[in-house]
Design a protein around this ligand. Structure first.
Ligand SMILES: Nc1ncnc2c1ncn2[C@@H]1O[C@H](COP(=O)(O)OP(=O)(O)O)[C@@H](O)[C@H]1O
Ligand SMILES: [Mg+2]
Length: 222
């Protein structure tokens, strides 16, 4: 809805303000409905394969000796759904201001090493060489849970995009009252032109990879 603006008196000013507000609300509405569409799509894709595999096992299309294989796939897809839903819950908590930041003084290497430890199996499976994991006491004032989550999401991407036999390099640098954590990986990297978009919800540089990739597309947004 828009109101006509004619002239430059106070009423016209008001009309213009109203129109701007209406435009802003429309944009919010559009981004909300495209967010809902994305969520529905991200939920439906794993649901469809889970249903297909289970139905195939029930009606015998999938031979019994293959059921172990298909149950593993079902378990992976359920894991993906769980991560997606957890990510969505985290985002709504952060955005509504409901999350209470619990900052404290601690050693940032505690976060980095425990994330690396939790990913050890995947790192080994892909024969990835880990570099720079040499903890050197570095005190920060931050929320350990939030830092863990961010480091986890970035390492998760690094593992996903490192070719087998590649490397991942950790770094922690102190400068001017700030501490920078870096996680680099061998591989194609992120093209410069897509860099501005990677923090958007559900953004994936390579859409075709979306189907089977383990990410929810919300990692960097968080
Ligand atoms: N280490 C990386 N190497 C190459 N591309 C990356 C890397 N990290 C992130 N990206 C790109 O940024 C996108 C968004 O990352 P993210 O929000 O974590 O979503 P997801 O991991 O679910 O794909 C990825 O889909 C990918 O295109
Ligand atoms: Mg990710």
């Amino acid at each position: 809805m828009r109101v006509p603006v004619d002239g430059d008196d106070e009423v016209s000013q008001l009309a213009m303000t109203f129109n701007t507000m209406a435009r802003n609300l429309e944009t919010i509405d559009q981004s909300r409905s495209s967010f809902m569409g994305n969520i529905a799509h991200e939920l439906r894709t794993p649901m469809t394969s889970i249903k297909g595999f289970i139905d195939g096992m029930l009606d015998g299309t999938i031979p019994e000796d293959m059921s172990q294989h298909y149950l593993t796939l079902v378990s992976k897809e359920v894991g993906r759904l769980t991560r997606l839903i957890q990510n969505m819950l985290d985002i709504s908590k952060l955005e509504s201001g409901e999350y209470r930041v619990n900052a404290q003084s601690y050693d940032i290497w505690d976060s980095v090493t425990s994330v690396a430890f939790s990913a050890q199996e995947r790192i080994d499976n892909h024969h990835i060489e880990v570099q720079g994991l040499e903890p050197k006491r570095t005190s920060v004032y931050a929320d350990p849970d939030l830092v863990y989550q961010v480091v986890y999401n970035i390492l998760d991407n690094a593992i996903k995009f490192t070719p087998d036999g590649g490397w991942i390099r950790f770094g922690v640098q102190k400068s001017g009252g700030f501490v920078t954590v870096s996680i680099r990986n061998s591989g194609q990297g992120i093209p410069k032109d897509v860099l501005p978009f990677v923090f958007e919800r559900f953004y994936k540089a390579d859409r075709s990879r979306g189907l089977n990739a383990r990410g929810s597309g919300l990692g960097l947004h968080i």
